[in-house]
Every structure is written in structure tokens, then in C-alpha cells.
Design a protein around this ligand. Structure first.
Ligand SMILES: O=C(O)C1=C[C@@H](OP(=O)(O)O)[C@@H](O)[C@H](O)C1
Ligand SMILES: C=C(OP(=O)(O)O)C(=O)O
Length: 449
């Protein structure tokens, strides 16, 4: 039975200024894709900088279950000997994707057009998340899904025996849905087309091209039109995974709010489909210098020099949501310390993440003494500015790594410490979070109030 272990409470206390270099681990999105595309390729894929978080380890295990050879050579250094497009074997057991929406949705896409069946499950968080958004378009290829009420996991997917290509207009701005459709399109004859009204992270498109697929992207009045030619031969590649901007967000935000801090976070993605948080922070008055712009692992990156800053509340436009979707929790934490109100619009997708992140942030911030308003698609945080945030609460994280890390960042400046009831999910995306933050001088430790 999938689950997670005993809860690990963690506490953050006010302390010294943060300083030093924060080398965050590899990008989670790119790590999943490197393993999956490696498994769908002919020959060997060599990956360096792979994120060894639980989400990605679960995807590595799944790729083995579908017939690929996946081996760890050293820290972050992995090889995948793939089976080629259409070469997936039927797994002998249930595929457990743990806490990972990206893992389960991309893998469902990758197997949906092969003549095999697979059953998927996950932990208590993943089993609550909607899968219909992926199984609906996969049904157009000819795959059939039988899950729990609302299409929830555990779910069995019967792969299409005679797949047909699909044209699909995304009803939600989701890179996971887009990617599932494109991965399914690999083993359908002819052209599969995905149209997205709002640009979401584009790693699948970039990496599919890198592995040899014929794929074009066109900006049209309808949105971004992505056309993939089916049945390509993908060939194994060397993939150097760049650092994860969504993990970088935590030390960056911590340095902005802890007085006297100055840190450097090297190699942070400047991919416009991922950098909305940094744009927002600069608008709030953050002192962030973007140094040494360059390319790493096919992504534009820069070194971020971040200094403690007085921040003001702003309106974050709905159009920016997709480019910072995983960063709203930590932005909400930072906004509670700003002078004035921060309004985050177009954020309803936060309600179907590892937890309902609007609700989790609102309840946690209120417990810390912050006034918050929420609507279905909007989160408003009334910043306390110079008055500071009282803290002194134990916050419920609902098996959500980003909620845990956001409140541990906030606790570095609150009058009284902030504890989280369970920090163990941090290992899904940022296993070295605690060590990295302590290395910068932060007072975070296991324990509670
Ligand atoms: O494709 C991806 O790697 C991801 C897409 C986003 O999810 P949605 O596609 O549900 O927006 C994001 O929240 C997730 O952390 C990673
Ligand atoms: C939403 C996230 O991940 P996933 O959807 O892959 O579980 C995240 O990492 O914030």
C-alpha cells in the first residue's frame, strides 16, 4: 500500500543573516522527462545532475517496470538503456508514483498508445488528485481508463491497440496534460497536435526535439500550437539537468526576508515558462542581480545574487500564473512580510496540487497572525510590513513539500518560531533543503513548538 512514513515535525526560528552560496539540486520536471524519454529511446541516455528526490526515484523505478534498464552510477549520475518508442513491456505489478503528479501523468501518457495495461497508484495526496484531465485526452487515442470516482487513483489504463493521432486543445493550463498527450502521440501514426492558450513549461517540447522527434511550435491567435510527428526513432542522449528554479525559490525568498542577508544561487533557470516568481519579486522591490547569463543543459540560466530587501505588496497578474505555479506558496509567505497587500489572481490550479495550496497557505498564515482573503481563483495576503509576523504556530502541511518549505522560510523571521507538522514530503523535491538552509546560517531543525 502506497503511503508515506511517520511524520517528521520541523521548526524554524529567527536567527542570523543568511550568507553563502546555495547550490540547489537538479530540476524535477527535467529529471522526470530525462528518465522517461531515455526509456522511450533506442540506445543509452546518460544523465548528470538528476534530482534524487523521491518523486524522480519513483519514476526511475516505473521506467524499469516498463522494461528499460535504469542504473545509478553515482550522485546524480544515471544511465537509461531504452526500449524505443512503442517498446514498453507490460509491468508485472502496480506502478506506485508516490507523491508525484508529474510522474503518474507523464507515464500514463507514455504507455497509453502501447498494447499493454498498467495499474497506477500513489500516496494519500496523489490519490486525491484529478486524473480525468489526462485520461480524457488519452481516450481520444483509444486508451481506456478505469479508476475510482472522479477518475482518481488507483486507476488501470488499457493502452490503445490501434492508436490514432489526436488534436487536443488544453482545457486547463497544464504542462503535465500537454506532456501526457505529446508522449502518447509518439506511438500514434501521423501528427498529434496540442494547442495551449497559455504557455506552460516547455521542457517536453525542448527535450523531445533533443531526442530526435520532429516537433514544431507555432504561436497563433488560438495559442501555442505544438505539432508532433508520430513514430519517430528517439535516440539516447546526454542530458545535463540544470538546477531547479522552483527549489531555488526557497533560499532566494529566505534571503530577501532575513535582515542583513546576501546569498548567491547559481544556475537558476531564466526560461520564461519558469521564471514568473523572479519577475514578481523584482516588482515587489527585491534586490536580485542576474549575473553571468548563459546556457546550461539547454536552458537559459543566470546566477542570482540576492540581498535582504524591503518589499511592497503588488498585484500578480493571472497571465503569469503558469510561469510560477509552484512558487505561489512561498510568495504568499514573503507577501505576509511586505508593506501592503499582494493579490494573486488566476491561481485556481493551486487547489489540485499535492494539497489545496490556497487553503493550506491561508490557514497556515492565519495561524501565524496574518490576514488573508481567498476566492476560488484568488489569494490575497495583507502584508504586515514593519509590524512583522507573530508566528508561534504549528502549521498543517497536508503531505505537501512546498507548504512545508514555505512555512519553514517564514519562521526564519517571525517573532515566535513556526513549526510544520510534517516535513518528510520535502524529500520528494528537495531532499537537501534542511542542510542547504543550515549551510546558509538558517535555524531550521527537526522538532516542534
Ligand atoms: O510538467 C511538469 O513537470 C509540472 C507541471 C506543473 O503541473 P501542472 O501541469 O498540473 O500545472 C507543476 O505544478 C508541476 O510541479 C510540474
Ligand atoms: C505540483 C508539484 O508536483 P507534482 O504535480 O509533480 O506532484 C510540485 O512539485 O509543486
Amino acid at each position: 500500500m502506497s503511503g508515506h512514513g511517520d511524520p517528521v515535525p520541523m521548526i524554524a526560528r529567527k536567527g542570523a543573516a543568511l550568507c553563502g552560496v546555495a547550490e540547489v539540486p537538479g530540476d524535477k520536471s527535467i529529471s522526470h522527462r530525462a528518465l522517461i524519454l531515455g526509456a522511450l529511446s533506442v540506445g543509452r541516455t546518460e544523465i548528470t545532475g538528476l534530482l534524487e528526490g523521491q518523486d524522480v526515484l519513483d519514476t526511475a523505478k516505473a521506467m524499469q517496470a516498463f522494461g528499460a534498464t535504469v542504473e545509478r552510477l553515482g550522485p546524480g549520475h544515471w544511465i537509461v538503456d531504452g526500449v524505443g518508442v512503442g517498446g514498453f513491456a507490460e509491468p508485472a505489478d502496480v506502478i506506485d508514483c508516490g507523491n508525484s503528479g508529474t510522474g503518474v501523468r507523464l507515464i500514463m501518457g507514455a504507455m497509453a498508445t502501447s498494447p499493454i495495461n498498467a495499474t497506477f497508484t500513489g500516496d494519500a495526496s496523489l490519490r486525491k488528485r484529478p486524473m480525468g484531465r489526462v485520461t480524457d485526452p488519452l481516450a481520444l487515442f483509444g486508451a481506456q481508463a478505469v479508476g475510482r470516482e472522479g477518475g482518481r487513483l488507483p486507476l488501470t489504463l488499457v493502452g490503445a491497440r490501434n492508436p490514432v493521432p489526436v488534436r487536443y486543445v488544453l482545457p486547463v493550463p497544464s504542462a503535465q496534460v500537454k506532456s501526457a498527450v505529446l508522449l502518447a502521440g509518439l506511438n500514434a501514426p501521423g501528427q498529434t497536435v496540442v494547442v495551449e492558450a497559455e504557455a506552460t513549461r516547455d521542457h517536453t517540447e525542448r527535450m523531445l526535439k533533443g531526442f530526435g522527434a520532429e516537433l514544431s511550435v507555432e504561436d497563433t491567435p488560438e495559442g501555442r500550437v505544438i505539432t508532433l510527428q508520430g513514430r519517430p526513432e528517439l535516440t539516447g542522449q546526454s542530458v545535463a539537468v540544470p538546477r531547479d528554479p522552483s527549489s531555488a525559490a526557497f533560499p532566494v525568498c529566505a534571503a530577501l526576508i532575513v535582515p542583513g542577508s546576501e546569498i548567491v544561487v547559481p544556475g537558476v533557470s531564466q526560461n520564461p515558462t519558469r521564471n514568473g516568481l523572479f519577475t514578481t519579486l523584482v516588482e515587489m522591490g527585491a534586490d536580485i542581480a542576474f549575473e553571468n547569463p548563459r546556457e546550461e543543459g539547454g536552458e537559459p540560466v543566470a546566477d542570482l545574487r540576492v540581498r535582504h530587501s524591503a518589499l511592497k505588496g503588488i498585484e500578480v497578474p493571472a497571465e503569469r500564473a503558469a510561469s510560477m505555479i509552484d512558487e505561489y506558496p512561498v510568495l504568499a509567505a514573503v507577501a505576509s512580510l511586505a508593506e501592503g497587500t499582494t493579490v494573486m489572481r488566476g491561481v485556481k490550479e493551486l487547489r489540485v496540487k499535492e494539497s489545496d495550496r490556497i487553503d493550506a497557505m491561508a490557514r497556515g498564515l492565519e495561524a501565524c497572525g496574518v490576514t488573508v482573503e481567498e476566492e476560488r481563483d484568488v489569494l490575497v495576503v495583507h502584508g504586515r510590513g514593519a509590524a512583522g509576523v507573530p508566528g508561534g504556530a504549528i502549521v498543517a502541511t497536508h503531505i505537501d513539500h512546498r507548504i512545508a518549505m514555505s512555512f519553514l522560510v517564514l519562521g526564519l523571521v517571525t517573532d515566535r518560531p513556526v513549526a510544520v507538522d510534517d516535513a518528510s514530503p520535502i524529500a520528494t523535491s528537495f531532499p537537501v533543503f534542511g542542510d542547504l538552509m543550515r549551510g546558509l546560517g538558517a535555524d531550521v531543525a527537526e522538532g516542534s513548538l
